[in-house]
Design a protein around this ligand. Structure first.
Ligand code: ACO
Length: 458
């Protein structure tokens, strides 16, 4: 029987279809709401809004479940490689042996970056954040490589995806090397995707990098865990920008920018910075927990809480185990890990965190893992971006092929002034914030403001 929900507005009732997803998750279809009722919905942060149907990843935040194309994340972390998982996400199925080796060869073929792009890298100021560099470099790729025209052949589309997957990894390593004033290491045809990345990061003419297969497997797992996460902030950004039919590179560049934020992917860097601060102040996490609970303090416990997970983040569990394994193998006792454990214990015993269902998320332990494998702090979110790329690509592809796809254009409830008259300049009052005038500002006057009359701007 077709299910519906009844909405009653001003005494009139409307039947709205109820959609049911694969695992029984339900949604009220309001796509005709405005047309039929003149009303819109109000949902800041879109926490109650399904923006699309998708067959890529499935999450159950209450039960702590994550699956890619139906396969539990735990199974993929145990058995798959990052490249195989990327293939699964993009095409919908696990590859056969031949398909996998073909895909790997294609990634190898496209791993070099146009030499002219090096000039871009070299002109960035030293100390520029690699996420900013990566986002603009990905956008710049469009100037060097062709766009995917509408109605392209599947092979052409796959080539563009392989190009991006491969080059993003090369560009990430390149940006790190150049920012440190080190010579660029080119990708090798004889190394796997993950081994190649480690080699491009750490090889040196005076100290050749010895590939450690345990590090390579750990990196595979790290990237598998980050590969997709349904309609998270950066993926939604990719879909939203992509809905304007911009090219793939521009859409992915938007995703990278969104990921950079500390409430999203930037949390892996923010967690380590927070742990370092706790360490520097004597190692007691209690004052930080107290600050996180104080509603008058904007501070949040980084690496805790999630928009969807109201239980342990299943990726966090795997990451924590892997972190310990690598630290043990490297015989490295990281004092920040002890702080992290103390903090986790303190928070998980605290009623604020219990009542709000705030558990450690993937970023709580991923920063510790990245430290353990020698990745510098400002590269942490770049590592996340490389991992998330197959997800962004799959979601971009799915939205492009969606027959119900539309230009994304949310509405708003306007809350500004009602209609009012235009006031001539002499009658206007200066703007004040907390009793102080906002303009003129105390910045040094530029040539423009010093020498041109303000009238010339009008
Ligand atoms: N520290 C303190 N309080 C928190 C935290 C936190 N880390 N997270 C949520 N809360 C509070 C919220 O302010 C909210 O309080 P309120 O009801 O009084 O307003 C309450 O707990 C419930 O929050 P949620 O609705 O469950 O979470 P929300 O959707 O608001 O935020 C977010 C989710 C942004 C991830 C938040 O938990 C946060 O800022 N965490 C720290 C940053 C972080 O680790 N981000 C990475 C997330 S994973 C990822 O994107 C890869």
């Amino acid at each position: 029987m077709k299910k519906t929900a009844t909405l009653i507005v001003d005494g009139k009732s409307y039947e709205l279809p109820v959609m049911v997803g694969t695992d029984g998750n339900r949604a009220i279809d309001i796509s005709r709401l405005r047309k039929e009722t003149g009303l819109i919905t109000y949902d800041p942060g879109f926490g109650n809004t399904g923006s699309c149907t998708s067959s890529i990843s499935y999450m159950d935040g209450e039960k702590g479940i994550l699956r890619y194309r139906g396969i539990p994340i735990e199974r993929l972390a145990e058995h798959s490689s990052f490249i195989e998982t990327a293939f699964l996400l993009i095409t919908g199925e696990l590859p056969t042996k031949e398909e996998l080796s073909d895909f790997s060869a294609m990634l190898n073929d496209h791993s070099l970056v146009h030499e002219d792009m090096r000039h871009f890298f070299e002109r960035y100021p030293r100390g520029a954040h690699p996420m900013g560099i990566l986002s603009s470099m990905v956008n710049a790729l469009r100037a060097f490589y062709p766009e995917i025209p509408e109605r392209s052949e599947e092979a052409e589309i796959n080539k563009a995806f392989a190009r991006l997957l491969s080059k993003l990894r090369t560009m990430a390593a390149m940006s790190y090397r150049i920012s440190k004033g080190m010579p660029v290491v080119y990708p090798s045809y004889f190394l796997s995707y993950c081994a190649n990345f480690l080699n491009m990061m750490f090889d040196s003419a005076v100290r050749p990098y010895v590939i450690d297969e345990d590090m390579v497997s750990a990196l595979n797992v790290f990237w598998i865990l980050h590969a997709d996460h349904e309609q998270n902030c950066s993926t939604s950004a990719v879909r939203l920008v992509g809905s304007a039919r911009v090219n793939l590179y521009a859409a992915i560049s938007t995703g990278i920018s969104a990921l950079w934020g500390p409430l999203h992917g930037g949390a892996n860097q923010a967690v380590v910075e927070m742990l370092q601060e706790i360490y520097d102040r004597g190692g007691d996490p209690a004052p930080f927990v107290a600050r996180a609970k104080d509603k008058n303090d904007p501070f949040r416990l980084m690496g805790f809480g999630h928009s969807i997970y109201k239980n342990y983040d299943p990726r966090g569990r795997i990451m924590k185990k892997m972190c310990y394994r690598i630290l043990e193998k490297r015989d490295f006792n990281d004092p920040l890990l002890d702080i992290a454990m103390k903090l986790e214990e303190t928070a998980l015993r605290d009623s604020y965190f219990i009542d709000n269902k705030l558990y450690p998320n993937i970023d709580f332990y991923s920063g510790m893992f990245l430290r353990a494998i020698g990745i510098p702090l400002d590269m942490f979110t770049v590592m996340f971006a490389i991992g998330r790329l197959p997800g962004w690509i799959s979601q971009w592809k799915e939205s492009r092929e969606d027959p119900r796809g539309k230009l994304c254009r949310p509405r708003q409830v306007y809350s500004g002034p009602g209609k009012r008259d235009y006031i001539p300049i002499p009658e206007r009052k200066p703007k004040e914030v907390n009793g102080r005038r906002l303009y003129p500002q105390s910045v040094e006057k530029t040539f423009e403001t010093k020498y041109r009359s303000s009238a010339s701007y009008l």
